[in-house]
Design a protein around this ligand. Structure first.
Ligand code: PEP
Length: 250
């Protein structure tokens, strides 16, 4: 059985006070969360320590990014080992905003996947095409290239410790969601590609999340698709009620 996961990516939003309020608000809903769904929060890294100390918050924590390096003179960077030492279990890797605004290439993303695995952090590897690629019908080629670039060097055992998030860039923060058909066909393609490279058993065990304008209005039908194992949620994770409703729809 694949793990169902809902992860909230807070990006660069909220002061510490607002972040703690949001987390407290979320605890008011958590008794109603499905027991077999893993709930993950990826707050700004500065707040990980405070959230980790919140006794009643039943979530796993994720970094939004980490360094390729383990330590050294890399001003401003945070290593996967540092995240691990703060009881963080997951880290987003290769989010489209990192690719687009911070020049992250497939090679850098591959190195970050490796850094996570070296430090026993589960990478949530993000992939997805831009609108021009979708319009040119090259979206499958694009996503396959991203998978090959960052994951294909791993062993079957290693890749089992990776979570994949398919996030079409045209759907992130735009209010435009992939249709259930578009989401399912890409998730099935990702799983087929994983199966061809690593074996079907491995592919069957990997959780593939959908991300891109997930909301309480569309989450249930997206998550009902065979190969959609949950979601990576940006904007809607900033409102406890909406995020809770999305979790409850898994
Ligand atoms: C994201 O940033 O990963 C994301 C999916 O954002 P949103 O839900 O706001 O589209």
């Amino acid at each position: 059985m694949r793990k169902k996961i809902v992860a909230g990516n807070w990006k660069m939003n909220k002061t510490i006070t607002e972040a703690m309020e949001l987390a407290v608000h979320l605890t008011e809903y958590q008794n109603e969360f499905p027991k077999d769904t893993e709930v993950i929060l990826a707050p700004p890294a500065l707040y990980l320590g405070s959230l980790e100390l919140m006794e009643h918050l039943n979530v796993q924590l994720a970094g939004q990014n980490c360094s390729e390096k383990d330590s050294g003179a890399y001003t401003g960077e945070i290593s996967a080992g540092m995240l691990k030492a703060m009881n963080v279990q997951y880290c987003l890797v290769g989010h489209s905003e990192r690719r687009q605004y911070f020049g992250e290439t497939d090679e850098i993303i591959k190195n970050k996947v490796d850094a996570c695995l070296r430090n026993e952090i589960t990478p949530i590897f993000c992939c997805g095409e831009v609108l021009a690629e979708r319009e040119a019908s090259t979206h499958f080629v694009c996503v396959l290239k991203q998978l090959q670039g960052a994951l294909w060097h791993l062993s079957s055992e290693q890749v089992k410790s990776v979570v994949i998030a398919y996030e079409p860039v045209w759907a992130i923060g735009t209010g435009v969601t992939a249709t259930t058909t578009q989401a399912q066909e890409m998730h099935a393609f990702i799983r087929l590609s994983l199966g061809n490279h690593f074996g079907d058993d491995v592919a069957e065990s990997i959780s593939i999340l959908y991300g891109g304008s997930v909301s309480p209005l569309n989450s249930a039908e997206l998550f009902a698709q065979n190969d959609v194992d949950g979601g990576l949620v940006g904007g809607a994770s900033l409102k406890a009620k909406d995020f809770a409703a999305i979790i409850q729809s898994t």
